[in-house]
Design a protein around this ligand. Structure first.
Ligand SMILES: [Zn+2]
Length: 101
């Protein structure tokens, strides 16, 4: 087997798919082959950074943490806490008549 074959099997193992190669043989090659070892480390890191496929939106905790951070940053957009920024001299677009058709 060549390195490419081992990496294919290693990738499948990361995905929890059958590799067709004994784990011991994969581990043995990774232990001896620095190139494949680095490749495997990167592959594992990438998998760790990507959320599980099929997840329906971010988890509730993630959203809650985001809103907490927004609150700490000072003011929620649209709450009208800022004077003068919103509602000045009329709305742009009204009275112009052109809708850009
Ligand atoms: Zn290799």
């Amino acid at each position: 087997m060549r390195c490419a074959d081992f990496r294919t099997a290693l990738s499948a193992r990361l995905d929890g798919e059958p590799t067709g190669v004994p784990d011991r043989r994969l581990d043995k090659h990774v232990a001896r082959c620095a190139t494949c070892r680095e490749w495997l480390e990167r592959a594992e890191r990438l998998r760790g950074a990507v959320p599980a496929a099929g997840a329906d939106g971010p988890p509730a905790d993630w959203s809650a943490a985001l809103f907490t951070r927004l609150g700490e940053a000072g003011g929620v957009p649209g709450s009208g806490a800022v004077d003068g920024a919103a509602g000045g001299a009329g709305r742009p677009g009204q009275g112009d008549g052109r809708q850009g058709g």
